[in-house]
Design a protein around this ligand. Structure first.
Ligand code: ZN
Length: 417
């Protein structure tokens, strides 16, 4: 096991630890640890809400989730010799939940959760159709996940970090703030908002204090969106064995990681659509000097996905086109086409006895594949959603005999405002 360079004690809060991480992006957040190129090390990660979501049968915690506190990130890790213009090479050697003998109240200790966030607190991909809060708790047994809130399914996790990235330069941070502010100004009262401004409340900035803390807290970018530095990309294929290449924007690169997921469907459609958990990740870092210009990788991330994914080979797929539910034709709107494909899958699964919310949660959490199948055939984009049929305890395929109805059990806990 590599040396633990960023330990977390499960019995204490994220801010009451030997090393304090952060929950904003800013070049002036001091590195928590310095590592060498070629070094391997273990990092503990807190679940993204630092334990605010509980293993119970209520969704009140999801409804009231403190979005100003996310994401609880481990790091930054400064890499000796890294300079702006380099590519930081990050190998994910291993990643997993908190060991189950450590079983306790935190997500990752034998369990995790998926949330449908309410329209008034975060929203989600289908928030207009699912405006309230729902939650599903998943139990882990080895590689498998099952949920008392979504009966009839068992699947193998695709464990990955939802969020990993390098620190922005001051100039890049200013660009983020400028362009996201301009977007928000086009419809400032929208619910959910078009973007999130810097939020000093609940900011955690490592060892910063005093006037430096106040200045950085007022400028630092929120961690929700993915950006040029990687960040909250929520790519389910960043599994164990992946090699990721990040642009370096500040001396030391200042890599941070968190938001571990036991599993996730493409798109993470319920917003907190993955199975959220705390855990560990083992990383190896190296540098390609000057790699940003050598490979033309200066404002994006490239990666070699891991090859330890579950081997599902039977799929039931749903298509959607860029026509709204009200029948309005839109021009090559792939986002809409993907929404329609998801809604078709949800409608289908309700024929087997699931509630729409159970089906939505399942699409967010299970290893579904989402694809843009056609983006050129005017006026309709075509998007597709592939569900592995092997995850169901029953035959989910269409047949002349009609669907086998399952008992939806207690359903997914709900909370409204
Ligand atoms: Zn997440």
């Amino acid at each position: 096991m590599p040396e633990v360079l960023f330990p977390l004690d499960s019995a204490r809060s994220f801010t009451d630890q030997e090393k304090v991480g952060h929950n904003r992006w800013h070049p002036d957040i001091p590195p928590a640890v310095t590592v060498r190129p070629g070094q391997s090390f273990r990092v503990h990660c807190r679940e993204w809400f630092d334990g605010a979501i509980h293993n119970d049968d209520s969704a009140v915690d999801v409804r009231d989730a403190p979005l100003s506190k996310v994401h609880a990130l481990s790091g930054p890790f400064a890499v000796q010799g890294a300079e702006p213009g380099d590519l930081l090479v990050v190998d994910i050697l291993d990643v997993g939940p908190i060991p189950q003998e450590d079983s306790g109240p935190l997500a990752g200790q034998g369990w995790g959760y998926t949330g449908i966030f309410p329209k008034r607190n975060g929203g989600g991909f289908l928030t207009d159709y699912f405006p309230d809060a729902y939650k599903a708790v998943w139990d882990f047994a080895g590689q498998k996940a099952t949920s008392r809130h979504i009966p009839g399914v068992t699947f193998t996790g695709m464990i990955h970090p939802g969020l990993m990235g390098t620190a922005p330069s001051a100039q890049l941070l200013a660009t983020w703030n400028q362009r996201e502010t301009a977007l928000r100004a086009t419809d400032p009262d929208r619910v959910p908002p078009l973007s999130l401004p810097p939020e000093p409340r609940d900011a955690i900035l490592g060892t910063l204090s005093g006037a430096d803390f106040d200045r950085v807290a007022a400028e630092a970018a929120r961690t929700a969106p993915p950006r040029e530095n990687g960040g909250n990309q929520d790519i389910k294929n960043l599994t164990k064995g992946s090699r990721v290449f990040y642009p370096v924007y500040v001396p030391g690169a200042n890599l941070s990681v968190g938001d571990l997921h036991f599993s996730q469907g493409d798109g993470e459609i319920t917003f907190c659509g993955a199975i959220e958990m705390g855990g560990f990740i083992d990383l190896h870092v190296d540098l390609i000097k000057g790699g940003m210009s050598t490979y033309g990788v200066s404002e994006n991330v490239i990666f070699l996905p891991g090859n330890t994914n579950p081997q599902y080979c039977q799929w039931l797929a749903f298509s959607g086109i860029s026509v709204t539910l009200d029948g309005e034709q839109r021009y090559l709107d792939s986002q809409l086409a993907f929404q329609r494909a998801c809604l078709h899958a949800i409608d289908y699964l309700t024929k087997f006895g699931y509630t729409p919310e159970q089906a939505y949660l399942l699409l967010g959490a299970a290893p579904i594949e989402g694809r843009f199948s056609g983006v050129v055939d005017i006026p309709n984009s075509c998007a597709t959603v592939y569900i592995p049929t092997e995850i169901f305890d029953f035959d989910v395929r269409p047949s002349a005999g009609g669907p086998t109805r399952i008992d939806p059990g207690q359903g997914a806990p709900k909370a409204s405002f």
